[in-house]
Design a protein around this ligand. Structure first.
Ligand SMILES: [Zn+2]
Length: 248
């Protein structure tokens, strides 16, 4: 299993998976744990086993939601919650690994190391616009986290240069998050939106300054080591981003 580490501060293991050496034209190769985008169950199961081993949990302790671009957050407590129609997870438990699957959307990890609370969120444009970061931070606070201790990481996702949008869309985001999220490369050309900047601004509104947010430079659309719905189609594998509490 190939991966990159994300720096979300002390007390959390955080990583995003890469496709692996034999990726190529096979839209599910080589490494995919997402169960609802058309891959065969046997392959997904095998990859989950590998991911669980790296995260140091039993395979049935990988919590992998069925994401729907909602702003719904599930808390993994004494009982395993229903994770259908869920786009973010938080927990105090140290025997589970929380996972989101993305291919161009933003995978977001949050960690209050001292407070012992971690979270993960799937931030597509709908979720970001709808407030998925705020909802996740709020759920973490409900578990005892304090925003002044929270650190975060944004994993591999589509870069602003690859995210061309129409004028109305760009206007909607500029109005909600500030002019800086809109990028215009050439006069008369189509605008782009920088979703990482949108996320950073939403973090700031939650009291989490950008100096506490690690941002991966990797673009899923540009970098063939990563799954991209734009490059491979929506029926393809996904980047798995994982957070797990690590007891120190
Ligand atoms: Zn790009």
């Amino acid at each position: 299993m190939d991966m990159i580490r994300l720096d979300a501060g002390c007390g959390a293991l955080a990583l995003s998976t890469l496709r692996g050496a034999s990726g190529g034209d096979d839209a599910y190769a080589a490494f995919n744990v997402c169960h609802y985008t058309g891959d065969d169950a046997e392959h997904v199961g095998r990859c989950r086993g590998e991911l669980a081993a790296v995260a140091g949990v039993d395979a049935d302790r990988l919590v992998i939601p069925r994401q729907t671009h909602s702003v719904n957050v599930a808390v993994v407590g004494d009982v395993m919650p229903d994770v259908e129609n869920v786009d973010a997870l938080v927990t105090r438990r140290s025997d589970v690994a929380l996972v989101v699957n993305t291919a161009d959307c933003l995978p977001i990890v949050l960690n209050d190391g001292a407070g012992g609370v971690v979270g993960v969120a799937h931030g597509g444009w709908r979720g970001l616009y709808g407030g998925i970061i705020e909802a996740t931070v709020s759920a973490m606070k409900g578990c005892g986290a304090e925003t002044e201790r929270v650190r975060a990481a944004i994993g591999p996702c589509i870069c602003g240069g690859c995210y061309e949008v129409d004028e109305e869309f760009a206007e909607m985001f500029a109005a909600a998050f500030g002019e800086e999220v809109r990028i215009v490369y050439s006069e008369g050309g189509k605008p782009h939106v920088d979703l990482r900047e949108v996320a950073l601004r939403q973090f700031e509104r939650c009291g989490i300054g950008r100096e506490r947010v690690f941002v991966s430079e990797l673009c899923s659309r540009c970098d063939e080591r990563l799954f991209s719905a734009r490059r491979l189609g929506v029926r393809s594998g996904r980047i798995a981003t994982v957070v797990k509490r690590v007891l120190t």
